[in-house]
Design a protein around this ligand. Structure first.
Ligand SMILES: Nc1ncnc2c1ncn2[C@@H]1O[C@H](COP(=O)(O)OP(=O)(O)O)[C@@H](O)[C@H]1O
Ligand SMILES: [Mg+2]
Length: 161
């Protein structure tokens, strides 16, 4: 799938469409690597995904704090996610936003409790700059690639599985 988003609203649509098709990983967290240069829209996409999941808290870039966890609240407001019967449904209890920009090696992420987070099927984990921590995310993780097209346009590319 290759989408050209021409605004934040279109990026929000893209995030909803992505989540709508995203299959939860079985028996472990669902991990998504977000690739692309600074300003390509990785954080913007995560913010859009949070809104799609009904998260009301403002989602800031975790560059300085490395990791932020947002509960997907019981006050589920509905989104395009469905359980196949048209009922609003969310398979995840937490959205975890990690920015590895300031990390240098896999150990840095392990020290943040990565193994435990990655083992929990209730977690949807979006990771900016996963390449900074080597191959810790491992091959089953999905990846989304972001590219700057021009000031207001961003390309969003991912494999549909
Ligand atoms: N179509 C678009 N989709 C997403 N962000 C956009 C778009 N057009 C412009 N932008 C701007 O690009 C910047 C993306 O920043 P950010 O998401 O923090 O990037 P990253 O996390 O990849 O460094 C934001 O300032 C955002 O407003
Ligand atoms: Mg960012």
């Amino acid at each position: 799938m290759e989408i050209v988003s021409r605004s934040l609203a279109e990026t929000e649509e893209a995030a909803r469409a992505f989540l709508d098709k995203l299959k939860p990983a079985k028996g472990r967290a669902t991990v998504i690597g977000l690739l692309g240069e600074l300003g390509s829209g990785k954080t913007a996409f995560t913010q859009a995904a949070a809104r799609a999941l009904g998260i009301r808290a403002p989602v800031q870039s975790p560059t300085f704090v490395i990791m932020k966890t947002y509960a997907v609240s019981g006050k589920w407001q509905g989104s395009p996610l469905t359980n196949g019967k048209g009922d609003p449904f969310c398979p995840w209890g937490n959205l975890i936003h990690i920015d590895c920009y300031r990390l240098n090696k896999a150990d840095d992420l392990l020290h943040l409790g990565w193994d435990e987070l990655a083992a929990d099927p209730a977690n949807l984990i979006l990771v900016e700059w996963p390449e900074r921590v080597g191959n810790l995310l491992s091959s089953p993780a999905l990846k989304i690639k972001f590219e700057v097209v021009d000031e207001n346009s961003r390309k969003i590319i991912y494999d549909e599985k």
